[in-house]
Ligand binder design. Sequence first.
Ligand code: SF4
Ligand code: SF4
Length: 109
Amino acid sequence: MPWFAGVSRSEINWNPTIDEEKCVRCGMCMNCGKKVFEWRDGRPVVVNPTACVVGCSTCANLCLGNAITFPPLADLRALYRERKVWNAVRRTLIEEGILPAHERPDGEK
Ligand code: SF4
Ligand code: SF4
């Protein structure tokens, strides 16, 4: 089950941006297993932004040059609240017998 249940990935503004001035060419971002980056002409380039896992920021956390940023997390959470993604995930997990029926996520009514 996708964790952005019911919302198209193309509607979700979540992918890395590289500040070329700050990038020190350490290569750590190439460790992402989703093929979001490619190494071109001696530096990383974001070639597949929608392959980025929604909510992930591992590459930014481990970037030696602190060169990678993401859109505000608050915007992503606002979209999830507005589109009731948390509810959809909870409903599916209840249907699958993973969550008990009385479970309710924080922040979404
Ligand atoms: S945030 Fe995660 S999934 Fe997205 S590009 Fe970085 S390491 Fe890959
Ligand atoms: S992890 Fe950061 S500093 Fe290292 S190559 Fe990627 S963008 Fe550049």
